[in-house]
Design a binder for this molecule. Structure first.
Ligand SMILES: *[C@@H]1O[C@H](CO)[C@@H](O)[C@H](O)[C@H]1NC(C)=O
Ligand SMILES: *[C@@H]1O[C@H](CO)[C@@H](O)[C@H](O)[C@H]1NC(C)=O
Ligand SMILES: *[C@@H]1O[C@H](CO)[C@@H](O)[C@H](O)[C@H]1NC(C)=O
Ligand SMILES: *[C@@H]1O[C@H](CO)[C@@H](O)[C@H](O)[C@H]1NC(C)=O
Ligand SMILES: *[C@@H]1O[C@H](CO)[C@@H](O)[C@H](O)[C@H]1NC(C)=O
Ligand SMILES: *[C@@H]1O[C@H](CO)[C@@H](O)[C@H](O)[C@H]1NC(C)=O
Ligand SMILES: *[C@@H]1O[C@H](CO)[C@@H](O)[C@H](O)[C@H]1NC(C)=O
Ligand SMILES: *[C@@H]1O[C@H](CO)[C@@H](O)[C@H](O)[C@H]1NC(C)=O
Ligand SMILES: *[C@@H]1O[C@H](CO)[C@@H](O)[C@H](O)[C@H]1NC(C)=O
Ligand SMILES: *[C@@H]1O[C@H](CO)[C@@H](O)[C@H](O)[C@H]1NC(C)=O
Ligand SMILES: *[C@@H]1O[C@H](CO)[C@@H](O)[C@H](O)[C@H]1NC(C)=O
Length: 622
C-alpha cells in the first residue's frame, strides 16, 4: 500500500530536486495512517490484555511477541519506560483512554523494584534497580546478560514524573507525594549513587559510560529535583545533577559525540545512534540551543548528527542507500561496526533521525532565529548551501531563516519516506530492515520500541511537544571542573503503590562450583527451589561458566547474588548439544545450603565444592 507512492518520492530525490521538495502528500497520509497502527501495535504488546502477549502481567510492556529468532518475549526497563513516556505524551495530547495503561505501569514498576535479581536487590544498596530485563510476568530473569544497565531507572523516573506533574495540575499532589514519589525516589537514588559507575549501553553490548545513559540521568535528576521541591520533600541523589552535566560534556571529541567511553578496549569509532536518540529523549522545545543539556538544536549535536548520518551514506555499508543524494535522508542503523544480524538499518533509528530534525526545527521556530557557528556549518550547508556563519532571524517569508527551517522539516520527511518504503502494507514495524534490496523487515517483528518511535516522530511532526523541563534560568551552570562522585541512595519499597513490604536487607554472593566432566558443546546449569535459581524452571536456570575447566579439574562455576539468609535446595543439570532432553542429577539427598547473612554484596560469602552425581551426556552429533 505504501510502497508504490513512495517510489515516486524516491524518484524525486534521484532527480535531485530534494532541496525544493514540497510538503509530501504521500508522507502526510502515511504518517496519518501509521500513527494509529503504531499506537495500537504498542498497546497490543502490553499486559494484561495485549492481544499479542498473552501471559504478560498488568502494566508490563513486552519488547516483541517474537519468541524465537530472536526471543524478545521479555520486559526491558528501557523499552518499557520509553514506551510509557510516549503513552503519557499521547495521554497529555488528549488520549484519555491511556490512563489505565499508565496506572498499571506505575503499579507494576513499584512491585518490580522489589524483585531481587541477578544485579542485586532493592534494599541496602539499590543494585537490583540496574537489572535490564525481566520475565513478562515480572519475575526475575537469570540468563547471562549485559548487566547492569543504568539508564532504566532514569528513564522510568522521567516517564513517571511527566504523569505526576499532570496529576499535580489536577490537584492530586497527595497521591503523587504518598503513592508515586517513593518509586521515583528509589530510581533517583540509584542514579545519584551509580551515575559515575560503568554499566552496559542501550544496545547491551558495551560496558563503560554511555552518552544516552548520562544524558537521561541528568534529565531525571533535574526533573526529580523540581518535583521534590513542589512536593516539599527532599530528593536523595538530585544534588549530583551538576556533576552529571559536567560529565555529559566530556563525550564530545571535537567532531562528534563518542557514544561510549571508559571502555576496557574498543575497536569502534564511537559514532552511534545512541547520540541521536539521547537528544530526542531529553528534547524540550523551549530550551535554548546552547543549553548544556545538549538539545537537538545544539551546534555540537547538529554536527554529530551529520557525522552519524553521513556514515551510513556509504553504499558499501548499506547498499540500499546507494544513489540517495546528500540532501536526503537515508536508512540508518545503530553504529557502522554493528554485526548483529549482520548489521542493518533500524526502524526506530531512522524514525529517530526524522524526529531529531523536527525537534531542531521546532526549537528554531520557537526562538525565532538560527545560529550557525563553525561547528554546525557543515550540517546547515546540506540544508541551505548559501549558509554562512552567523545568526538568521525570522523576518520576511523569503528569509533564509524560513528556508533553513523548512529544509530541516523536508529533510526529516525524507527519513520518514525511507521508513515508508520499507514498511509492509499492514504497517507492522519490526526491529530492522535488510541493508540490501529489497530491504525486507527482519529480526523481532512488531517491536514495541519501533512502534513507540513512530508515535513520537508523528507527534513532533504534527507540532505536539511534551512539557518543558530544562530550567529557564541557569542556576546550575556547568561546573568549571568535573568531579567523580556518588551520593549513597535511600531505598524502600513503594508500598502505597502496591509494592510488597520486602524486608530482606540485601543479597549475598554464593559461588557454586561443581566438578562435571562434559563433552564439547554440553553445558551445565544451576537450578533450585528459589526464584534466584529459577524455581526449577530450566528456561530460567543459571548458566555456569567453564572458563576454569581443565582435564585435571572439570570445573563449572557461577556466582549468584542471592537473598541473604534464605534456605535453598539446589542442583545441577546438563543441557545437551542437539536439543536432547536435559539431564538431571540423581541424588540420594537434595543439595541444600543457607545463604549467608548480608553485609557485603560484592564479596563471595560462600563457595560450594560439589561433584556431579548422576548420568553423563552424549553428543547428538548434529
Ligand atoms: C484489561 O481488561 C480488563 C477487563 O476487561 C479491564 O478492566 C482493564 O481496564 C483492561 N486494562 C487495560 C489496560 O486496558
Ligand atoms: C566519573 O566522573 C569523572 C568526572 O566527571 C570522569 O572523569 C570519569 O570518567 C567518570 N567515570 C565513570 C565510570 O563514569
Ligand atoms: C545563493 O546565493 C546566490 C548568489 O548570491 C543566489 O543567486 C542564489 O539565489 C542563492 N540561493 C538560495 C537558495 O538562496
Ligand atoms: C504484516 O505483514 C508482514 C509482512 O508481510 C507479516 O510478516 C506479518 O505477519 C503481518 N502482521 C500482521 C499482524 O498481520
Ligand atoms: C531559577 O528557576 C528556579 C525554578 O523556577 C527558581 O526557583 C530560581 O529562583 C530561579 N533562579 C533565578 C536566579 O532566577
Ligand atoms: C514494613 O515492614 C517494616 C518492618 O517489619 C515495618 O516497620 C513497616 O511498618 C512496614 N511497612 C508497611 C507499610 O507495612
Ligand atoms: C578460576 O581461575 C582463576 C585463575 O586461576 C582463579 O582466580 C579463580 O579463583 C578460579 N575460579 C574458580 C571458581 O575456581
Ligand atoms: C527451598 O528449600 C529449603 C530446604 O532446603 C526450604 O527450607 C525452603 O523453604 C524452600 N524454599 C522455597 C521457596 O520453596
Ligand atoms: C528433593 O526435593 C524435591 C522437592 O522438594 C522432592 O520432590 C524430592 O523428593 C527431594 N529429593 C530427595 C532425594 O530428597
Ligand atoms: C566487600 O568485599 C570486597 C571484596 O572482598 C572488599 O573489597 C570491600 O572492601 C568489602 N566492603 C565492605 C563494606 O566490607
Ligand atoms: C573437584 O576436583 C578437584 C580436582 O580434582 C578436587 O580437588 C576436588 O576435591 C573435587 N571436588 C569434589 C567435591 O569432588
Amino acid at each position: 500500500m505504501y510502497s508504490t507512492r513512495l517510489l515516486s518520492s524516491l524518484a524525486a530525490f534521484a532527480a535531485g530536486v530534494a532541496a525544493d521538495w514540497p510538503q509530501d502528500v504521500s508522507v502526510d497520509s502515511f504518517v496519518a495512517t501509521e500513527h494509529g497502527i503504531a499506537l495500537q501495535g504498542a498497546l497490543a504488546n502490553i499486559g494484561p490484555n495485549g492481544s499479542q502477549v498473552p501471559g504478560a502481567g498488568a502494566g508490563f510492556v513486552v519488547a516483541s511477541p517474537s519468541k524465537v529468532n530472536p526471543n524478545y518475549f521479555y520486559t526491558w526497563s528501557r523499552d518499557s519506560a520509553l514506551t510509557l513516556k510516549t503513552l503519557v505524551d499521547e495521554f497529555l495530547f488528549g488520549s484519555k483512554a491511556l490512563q489505565t495503561y499508565i496506572e498499571d505501569y506505575i503499579h507494576a514498576q513499584a512491585v518490580l523494584q522489589t524483585v531481587t535479581n541477578p544485579s542485586g536487590s532493592l534494599l541496602g544498596s539499590g543494585l537490583g534497580l540496574g537489572e535490564p530485563k525481566f520475565n513478562v510476568d515480572g519475575t526475575r530473569f537469570n540468563g547471562n546478560w549485559g548487566r547492569p544497565q543504568r539508564d532504566g531507572p532514569a528513564l522510568r523516573a522521567i516517564a513517571i514524573i511527566e504523569y505526576s506533574n499532570w496529576l499535580i495540575s489536577q490537584g492530586q499532589s497527595d497521591k503523587v507525594k504518598n503513592v508515586i514519589w517513593p518509586i521515583i525516589q528509589n530510581d533517583l537514588s540509584y542514579v545519584g549513587q551509580y551515575w559515575n559507575s560503568t554499566g552496559f549501553d542501550l544496545w547491551e553490548e558495551t560496558s563503560g559510560s554511555s552518552f544516552f545513559t548520562t544524558q537521561n540521568q541528568y534529565r531525571s535528576l533535574v526533573e526529580g529535583s523540581t518535583l521534590a521541591s513542589v512536593l516539599g520533600v527532599p530528593c536523595t541523589g538530585c544534588s549530583e545533577a551538576p556533576n552529571v552535566l559536567c560529565f555529559l560534556q566530556s563525550y564530545w571529541n571535537g567532531e562528534y559525540m563518542v557514544a561510549n567511553t571508559n571502555l576496557q578496549t574498543t575497536s569502534r569509532s564511537g559514532i552511534d545512534a545512541n547520540t541521536v536518540l539521547g537528544p530526542i529523549s531529553v528534547f524540550d522545545v523551549d530550551a535554548a540551543c546552547d543549553s548544556p543539556s545538549l538539545q537537538p538544536c545544539h551546534s555540537r549535536v547538529l554536527a554529530n548528527f551529520k557525522v552519524f548520518v553521513d556514515t551510513f551514506r556509504d553504499p558499501s555499508l548499506y547498499p540500499i542507500n546507494a544513489g540517495l543524494p546528500a540532501t536526503s535522508g537515508v536508512a540508518v542503523g545503530r553504529y557502522p561496526e554493528d554485526v548483529y544480524y549482520n548489521g542493518n538499518p533500524w526502524y526506530l533509528i531512522t524514525l529517530g533521525a526524522a524526529e531529531f530534525l523536527y525537534d531542531a526545527a521546532a526549537q528554531w521556530s520557537r526562538q525565532g532565529f538560527v545560529t550557525v557557528d563553525p561547528t554546525s556549518l557543515g550540517f546547515f550547508n546540506d540544508l541551505y548551501p548559501n549558509v554562512t556563519v552567523g545568526t538568521y532571524k525570522r523576518c520576511k517569508k523569503s528569509d533564509p531563516f524560513r528556508k533553513i527551517v523548512d529544509a530541516a522539516r523536508t529533510y526529516a520527511d525524507s527519513f520518514v519516506a525511507i521508513v515508508q518504503t520499507y514498511t509492509p502494507s499492514n504497517g507492522t514495524l519490526s526491529e530492522q530492515f535488510l541493508k540490501t534490496a529489497p530491504g525486507t523487515p527482519l529480526s523481532a517483528n512488531a517491536l514495541t520500541w519501533s512502534f513507540a518511535s513512530f508515535v513520537t516522530m508523528a507527534q513532533r511532526r504534527a507540532g505536539q511537544f511534551p512539557p518543558s523541563w530544562v530550567p529557564t534560568n541557569t542556576t546550575v551552570p556547568v561546573p568549571g571542573s568535573c568531579v567523580a562522585s556518588s551520593t549513597p541512595g535511600v531505598y524502600a519499597p513503594a508500598t502505597a503503590a502496591g509494592a510488597p513490604n520486602v524486608t530482606q536487607g540485601c543479597t549475598s554472593n554464593v559461588m557454586f562450583v561443581v566438578n562435571a566432566t562434559t563433552y564439547y558443546g554440553e553445558n551445565v546449569y544451576l537450578t533450585g527451589n528459589t526464584t534466584d535459581l529459577g524455581s526449577w524452571n530450566l528456561d530460567n536456570a543459571q548458566p555456569m561458566l567453564a572458563s576454569n575447566y581443565t582435564g585435571e579439574r572439570p570445573e563449572w562455576f557461577v556466582t549468584v547474588a542471592m537473598t541473604a539468609g534464605e534456605p535453598v535446595t539446589y542442583g545441577y543439570v546438563r543441557q545437551e548439544n542437539c536439543g536432547q532432553p536435559w539431564i538431571w542429577e540423581q541424588l540420594a539427598q537434595n543439595r541444600t545450603l543457607v545463604v549467608p547473612a548480608c553485609g557485603n554484596s560484592t564479596a563471595v560469602r560462600l563457595q560450594t565444592d560439589d561433584a556431579w552425581t548422576g548420568p553423563t551426556g552424549q553428543s547428538g552429533n548434529c
